[in-house]
Write a protein that binds this ligand. Structure first.
Ligand SMILES: CCCCC/C=C\C/C=C\C/C=C\C/C=C\CCCC(=O)SCCNC(=O)CCNC(=O)[C@H](O)C(C)(C)COP(=O)(O)OP(=O)(O)OC[C@H]1O[C@@H](n2cnc3c(N)ncnc32)[C@H](O)[C@@H]1OP(=O)(O)O
Length: 243
């Protein structure tokens, strides 16, 4: 894979670098995302299958030709509408407290969630300090013809970098994300991502990432993740309680 110059560091302060994160802390944070667990029962496996079928449905709808048979389109619109009503009538997550498996990113996220039909889904993998990911974007993600929409290019980076920030030892929210789109991100072929923390300062973590198609760099990104003040206060209260 080609390497690139890192994006410019927007801070004028001296870089304190990335502190060593204790292995157990890192493992606990990372275990939330990688590896993707097998479904914890037949209900979850069926839900994943449903999401996969819905992905195919969305792509097929996106590609349905308005110049084709209008009656057939009306007819399937009725069917899909009925289907949506049938699914909505099933027991819903709105009706109970979610459990841990429901809350996991790889279950619910719009990028990596196996149960979320909006997710390609991306696959994540921890490789030491680096988070790697890959995805194939179907026709539903098309922006410029044959290429991934720039908003999804950025969203995919946010996800991978959001997970990579666990390399800082604490989790924050995306404060800014800068994506440099050097080439178009192609549809229908595997796109690879890598992301890592480059610098940590208090509750701020800077993360950089790159994406590749066919081994060629297509985009890179820099982001700042900030642990919200309220959570830092909770961390401090917990640490004081444990002391
Ligand atoms: C709940 C957070 C922790 C959990 C993390 C999230 C999910 C975890 C669960 C599973 C997910 C795991 C991986 C996630 C995968 C994908 C991640 C996606 C993450 C997101 O998709 S998340 C949604 C989009 N995201 C937002 O919805 C943020 C909205 N926003 C805020 O919630 C606040 O804005 C916040 C919290 C960012 C800061 O608020 P705050 O009050 O705690 O802190 P404050 O403003 O004082 O800033 C403190 C210091 O950061 C500097 N600073 C702040 N913002 C800056 C900026 N933009 N540029 C440059 N510097 C900035 C200040 O200048 C100051 O610097 P200094 O201390 O040096 O003066």
């Amino acid at each position: 894979m080609s390497t690139i110059e890192p994006l410019p560091d927007k801070s004028s302060e001296a870089s304190p670098g990335v502190p060593e994160v204790p292995a157990d802390v890192l493992a606990e944070l990372r275990s939330t995302w990688t590896p993707r667990p097998a479904p914890d029962g037949p209900g979850r496996a069926a839900r994943h299958r449903l999401a996969e079928a819905a992905r195919r449905l969305v792509e097929a709808v996106k590609l349905a030709d308005a110049e084709g048979d209008a009656d057939a389109l009306q007819s399937v619109a009725d069917d899909v509408s009925d289907l949506a009503a049938r699914i909505a009538a099933l027991p819903s997550l709105r009706d109970r407290e979610p459990n841990l498996a429901d809350l996991q990113l790889h279950e619910r996220s719009p990028l990596v969630g196996a149960a979320n039909p909006l997710a390609p889904p991306m696959e994540l993998e921890a490789d030491g300090p680096v988070i790697r990911a890959h995805a194939v974007f179907n026709a539903a993600y098309e922006g410029p013809l044959g290429r991934v929409h720039g908003g999804y290019v950025a969203a995919a980076f946010d996800e991978v970098m959001g997970v990579a920030q666990s390399g800082s030892g604490r989790l924050g929210m995306t404060a800014y994300l800068t994506v440099r789109m050097k080439r178009s991100t192609p549809l229908h072929e595997r796109v690879d991502y890598e992301a890592e923390v480059t610098r940590v300062e208090g509750r701020k973590a800077w993360v950089t990432a790159r994406s590749y198609a066919g081994g060629v760099l297509v985009a890179d990104a820099e982001g700042l993740f900030v642990r919200p003040r309220a959570l830092v206060l909770q961390d401090e209260a917990r640490a004081a309680g444990e002391a």
